[in-house]
Design a protein around this ligand. Structure first.
Ligand SMILES: N[C@@H](CCC(=O)N[C@@H](CS)C(=O)NCC(=O)O)C(=O)O
Length: 251
């Protein structure tokens, strides 16, 4: 996907990123790979392949993403762990992180706080909102409301932090891997997860999000994400219409 790579990356074999359509977690890794100018390619996993071999040998949790780095013969899973690895091994120029040296020790660990907040506070709650809105067999308005409120709460935390510190990014003036990790779930909010929530109401937060969306690597990766999301929504709609028509015929 990348056209302008740093010289070092020309010697690298492409990373293989296992993903499944527009579901958000793999796209966090895609953004970091693209930002670092590393060569990579997507490998799509079908729903019926996730919970069995050979995929379970890549990710014992049977979910995406998994990342194979043929350059160091390593396979990793859990998006946060994958991103930690990419930053430690391939961000030598500290484009997306603060080095753990005396001068930047504090922001380096503060970045970790936001990374963990994304992994534990944004990902699972936004994911549960999606589940209870579309996939759960019963309609449970109280569960939908709880997770919608969690989206509002998490967004409020980011908004208040950015407003209080007046910095362009979560930790100072550098866009780190932690900022970038929030992008795919927020991009999914108006499309599917919670179109009823107007993210632009959180003004400082929204300016930050737009700052991230405007980065060339993010725009490139999330442009492809949007194409896939629009296609997935069209498929979902036509499957629903087909099911309704079939049900009508059999009544
Ligand atoms: N904590 C995991 C979450 C992975 C996850 O939930 N992946 C979703 C897609 S975003 C998935 O594979 N869902 C399919 C399933 O649960 O069967 C990570 O960050 O890698």
């Amino acid at each position: 996907m990348n056209s302008s790579r740093p010289a070092m990356s020309e010697d690298l074999k492409p990373f293989e990123l296992y993903y499944r359509g527009p579901s958000p977690n793999p796209w966090k890794v895609a953004i970091v790979l693209e930002e670092l100018g590393l060569p990579w390619k997507f490998v799509e996993v079908q729903a019926d392949e996730l919970k069995k071999e050979p995929y379970l040998s890549l990710n014992p949790n049977g979910r995406v993403p998994a990342l194979v780095d043929p350059n160091k013969s390593i396979t990793l899973w859990e998006s946060g762990a994958i991103i930690d690895y990419l930053i430690a091994e391939y961000d030598a120029s500290a484009k997306l992180h603060y080095p753990r040296t005396a001068a930047t020790l504090v922001p380096s660990y503060q970045t970790r706080c936001w990374e963990h907040f994304q992994m534990s506070g944004q990902g699972p709650y936004f994911g549960q909102k999606n589940w209870f809105s579309y996939a759960h067999p019963e309609k449970l308005p109280s569960a939908i409301e709880r997770y919608a409120n969690e989206i509002r709460r998490v967004t409020g935390v980011l908004d208040a932090h950015l407003a209080k510190h007046g910095t362009p990014f979560l930790v100072g003036d550098r866009a780190t891997y932690a900022d970038l990790m929030f992008v795919p779930y927020y991009k999914s909010v108006p499309f599917v997860i919670a179109p009823e929530i107007d993210l632009a109401e959180y003004r400082t937060f929204y300016a930050w999000l737009e700052r991230l969306y405007a980065r060339p690597a993010v725009a490139q990766v999330m442009g492809e994400w949007e194409r896939q999301m629009v296609a997935a929504l069209a498929t979902r709609k036509s499957q629903k219409e087909e099911a309704a028509a079939t049900a009508g015929k059999t009544e």
